[in-house]
Design a protein around this ligand. Structure first.
Ligand SMILES: [Ca+2]
Length: 152
C-alpha cells in the first residue's frame, strides 16, 4: 500500500499546486512543507475479500487502476472508499461513514460491480467494467448499503 499512498500524495500535491498558481514561485522549502502537509490520508482495513481502503482528501480523489471506488460526494469527491478487484462488501453498516452515503463511483476493474440498496438481496445498481458516474441519481444517492454482496 505504500506505493498507493505515494501516488495519492503526488496527486494531491499536483492538485494543490494547480489550484493555487501563487505557489508556482514558492521556493524549495515551501514545496517541501506542502508535501509534508498534504491533506491526503489513506487507511486500509484488511479482512479477506472485504478488504477496503478509506481516503480523505480535498478535491477530486483518483481511483487507482484495478480498484472499485465509491465517493460520499458528487464528482468523485468527499471521502473515497475503495476495494481491489475481486473484493466486495456485504454490509456498509460495518464501515463507519459509508452506509447510505455513496454519491459517485468509479469502476476501474474488468468486473461488473453493483451497489445494493440493502445488505439483504434486493435492488441493485450496476457499475459496468471501466465506467464511472459522477452522480448516482436522485433515487440511488445516499442509499447504497453493500457492494455486490447479493449479485448484480
Ligand atoms: Ca441502504
Amino acid at each position: 500500500m505504500r506505493a498507493f499512498k505515494i501516488v495519492l500524495a503526488v496527486a494531491a500535491l499536483a492538485f494543490t499546486m494547480g489550484a493555487m498558481p501563487g505557489t508556482a514561485s514558492a521556493d524549495e522549502s515551501s514545496l517541501t512543507e506542502a508535501t509534508m502537509s498534504s491533506p491526503a490520508s489513506t487507511t486500509c482495513h484488511e479482512s479477506g475479500l472485504t478488504r477496503y481502503c478509506k481516503t480523505v482528501q480535498s478535491g477530486q480523489i483518483p481511483c487507482s487502476g484495478g480498484w472499485i471506488c465509491l465517493f460520499t460526494d458528487a464528482d468523485y469527491r468527499g471521502v473515497m472508499f475503495s476495494w481491489p478487484a475481486g473484493n466486495h462488501h456485504p454490509n456498509f453498516a460495518r464501515i463507519p461513514g459509508l452506509n447510505d452515503a455513496a454519491t459517485s463511483w468509479v469502476n476501474n476493474t474488468s468486473i461488473l460491480y453493483c451497489i445494493n440498496w440493502d445488505a439483504a438481496p434486493g435492488l441493485n445498481n450496476d457499475m459496468p467494467p471501466m465506467t464511472k458516474g459522477g452522480y448516482l441519481g436522485d433515487v440511488w444517492n445516499d442509499q447504497a448499503s453493500a457492494l455486490s454482496s447479493s449479485g448484480c
